[in-house]
Design a protein around this ligand. Structure first.
Ligand code: HEC
Length: 105
């Protein structure tokens, strides 16, 4: 529990970095920038919603927090209760604008 509490304190600071969030929130266990893993690559997500403008940053952030199924295949993305709306918006905005050559370390 203590490391998690420490991390929450860090996240409460205003300068939240999408790449750090994606790593620390274990998104990269199931996602990669450029290749499908358990879930779609972030480049696939960016390309899809460049076409489909009904999915805004806010909508994608909501889907990150709540999880979902059926957009990309039969696997469910679990809800992410440790991700705040603010954090989800930072990550959603980054994902929607990914070019494909970014590194998440
Ligand atoms: C346990 C594996 C897993 C983890 C952890 C995970 N995801 Fe996913 N994610 C998935 C799967 C599977 C899908 C495809 C769901 C679908 O088909 O609708 C997905 C879909 C997505 C999508 C596309 C949603 C859509 O409606 O098109 C985004 C964006 C996303 N994940 C971001 C994240 C972020 C950010 C995190 C970390 C907070 C994260 N994911 C953590 C498995 C995961």
């Amino acid at each position: 529990m203590f490391p998690l509490l420490t991390m929450s304190a860090v996240y409460a600071q205003p300068s939240l970095d999408a790449s750090t969030l994606l790593k620390n929130k274990i998104c990269m266990h199931c996602h990669q920038v450029n290749e499908r893993r358990v879930g779609p690559s972030f480049k696939m997500v960016a390309d899809k919603y460049q076409q489909d403008k009904t999915v805004t940053v806010e909508e994608l952030a909501k889907r990150i927090v709540e999880g979902g199924i059926g957009q990309w295949g039969p696997l469910r993305m679990p809800a992410q209760p440790k991700v705040s709306t603010e954090e989800a918006i930072i990550m959603a905005d980054w994902i929607l604008h990914v070019k494909g050559d970014e590194q998440v370390n």
